[in-house]
Design a protein around this ligand. Structure first.
Ligand code: FE2
Length: 538
């Protein structure tokens, strides 16, 4: 069903009826590049491994026939990722590692859909590259300020998408070889449990038919209207030559992680799990297979014809130099008290086996929820909670928080710090701040001799009301359970982190931009405000 017919129909949900007509115009892409012609391509996000490429793309108009991606001399037919022909994906395997491949997208009528471009595959797992630069950030989602429906403080006045794109372009000017978007790509929360029922706006919730499929239903239209502008306008085609790794977090399941007697938002209910999966299917790539990651890790599969990709468990492997492990803490979380987990025990086994493995120099777990700090949020590793006096405390129980989550934290921290000769480092998302610190002790675990460096990578789209100090009245602090030596106490500004992996060290460059005091023009010349060099222990 086309959008216009849908709007005339009786199924028009309140949220759509209330939308201005211009909301139904094709979603704006970022300003066009002067050096490359995007043609009909509205957005394009690729990922790679040593031998594979997976690309997600959308087009200004639905395509009538099957488009083809040419990789050098090989033709890869597209697969439709929606039911309208606006969204397509391209999957190729058996490619040569460490090679700049020439790519071209061609319509069924053999006309070019955009200018050709280059995309390099990663080195093979036994290669020894000299360096690897990765861009990390979090929370790039949120409706544009001008398109903020509802009265949710989390998304009122998000950073305009044009400015988010400017941050992306500045980050890209440092030529990262990969980008890691750590969670919260879409903010369109369906529940607002902290708002009393009498004042709660259920428009978004009611805009979906939660007992229908996402695809091929009006749900598909609503999803595209909700998610599209938050992704398309931020990335456009700017990352066409930079492999991306998108990990999902709470808001990607269309809710904040919150627990009240009436509503506990995780693990996700069935329909919201389908929304997360559908968003990923259309907009950004799943994680490509890796020989060291069991193919059937629980809840990771996308089902038939999945080519071995995983939705929730990711491996970014760059030769023997670096491996980044991505894991989603929302999908498999349990609420089973002392035996509760964030990640399924089989996934934990994989993480711990990789953390112990000698075949890479640098190994960096990158979950969304942060090691090292608390903001009193429900689904943190730590039990600190906001007291009635507005202070973080462990003297009061945090409702629905699970002791088992912290046990899993301890097992992962022990694994990350037990391998000799490796720099223990984790880079996380979710928390709206930029920070770095060394964890010296976790409960009874004394790791002062080989401390775990924890990094908060920096948020991109955060609204003024979503900074921890605005939302809960307190900034982020180390939890009572840890001893943390803070090198940068969490800074509540927009920013990102660039990590440079070298055989003997890791160099971290931190960037920040203050919306309150700096002009958007300042983004174009942004330089790191802080640099940390971590040497490999001998
Ligand atoms: Fe989050």
């Amino acid at each position: 069903m086309y959008r216009r017919e849908f709007l005339r129909g009786t199924m028009g949900a309140a949220v759509l009826a209330a939308r201005p007509a211009e909301a139904f115009a094709p979603q704006e892409a970022p300003p066009r590049s002067h050096s490359w012609d995007a043609g009909q391509v509205r957005h394009l996000l690729p990922t790679v491994s040593d031998t594979r490429i997976l690309i997600k793309a959308s087009f200004n108009q639905p395509l009538k026939g099957t488009p083809v991606l040419h990789i050098d001399r090989t033709a890869v037919p597209g697969r439709m990722s929606d039911t309208q022909g606006e969204f397509w994906q391209f999957y190729a395997s058996g490619l040569a590692p460490s090679r700049k491949h020439q790519l071209a997208l061609v319509a069924a009528n053999r006309k070019a859909l955009c200018e050709p471009w280059e995309l390099a595959t990663f080195p093979s797992p036994d290669a020894r590259p000299e360096s690897f630069r990765v861009l990390f950030f979090t929370c790039a989602g949120g409706p544009d300020s001008a398109d903020s429906s509802g009265t949710d403080p989390i998304t009122q006045g998000n950073l305009p998408t044009a400015i988010r794109n400017r941050l992306m372009r500045r980050a890209l000017s440092f030529q990262p070889q990969a980008m890691l978007a750590n969670g919260d790509h879409v903010y369109w929360d369906l529940h607002s449990p902290r708002v009393p029922l009498s004042r709660r706006d259920n428009t978004r919730l009611q805009s979906f038919n939660r007992s229908a499929l996402v695809f091929g239903d009006t749900n598909e239209t609503v999803l595209k209207l909700a998610a599209g502008p938050q992704i398309t306008s931020v990335y456009g085609t700017d990352f066409r030559s930079t492999p991306v790794f998108f990990l999902q977090d709470d808001h990607d399941y269309f809710d904040n992680d919150e627990a009240f007697d009436e509503i506990v938002t995780f693990p996700p209910v069935w329909f919201q799990l389908q929304l997360a999966r559908a968003t990923q299917r259309m907009y950004y790539p799943e994680f490509l297979p890796d020989a060291t990651r069991p193919r059937a890790l629980p809840w990771g599969s996308v089902g038939e014809n999945d080519n071995g990709v995983s939705e929730s468990w990711g491996t970014l492997r760059f030769g023997r130099l670096a491996e980044i492990l991505l894991y989603d803490v929302r999908r498999t979380c349990t609420l089973a008290g002392p035996s509760a987990v964030f990640i399924d025990p089989e996934v934990e086994k994989w993480l711990i086996a990789r953390t112990a493995s000698p075949d890479v120099t640098h190994l960096v777990p990158a979950p969304s929820n942060p090691f090292g700090w608390t903001a009193g949020k429900w689904m943190e590793w730590y039990p600190d909670v906001l007291s009635a006096q507005g202070k973080l405390t462990t003297a009061e129980p945090k409702p629905y928080w699970q002791a088992g989550w912290l046990h899993q934290h301890d097992r992962l921290v022990a694994a990350m710090t037990s391998r000799k000769g490796r720099i223990p480092l984790t880079v996380s998302g979710d928390l709206h701040a930029i920070g770095i610190g060394k964890i010296l002790r976790a409960g009874k675990l004394d790791i002062a001799k080989n401390p775990l460096t924890a990094v908060l990578s920096g948020p991109i789209g955060t609204a003024p009301g979503a900074w921890p100090s605005a939302f809960r009245g307190v900034g982020s602090t180390p939890p009572v359970y840890l001893d943390v030596q803070e090198e940068i106490k969490p800074i509540e500004q927009h920013g990102f982190t660039l990590a440079e992996f070298l055989p003997d060290r890791i160099v971290l460059r931190f960037f920040k931009w203050d919306r309150k005091t700096q002009s958007p023009d300042a983004i174009d010349t942004l330089e790191p405000f802080h640099t940390t060099e971590l040497g490999r222990p001998v």
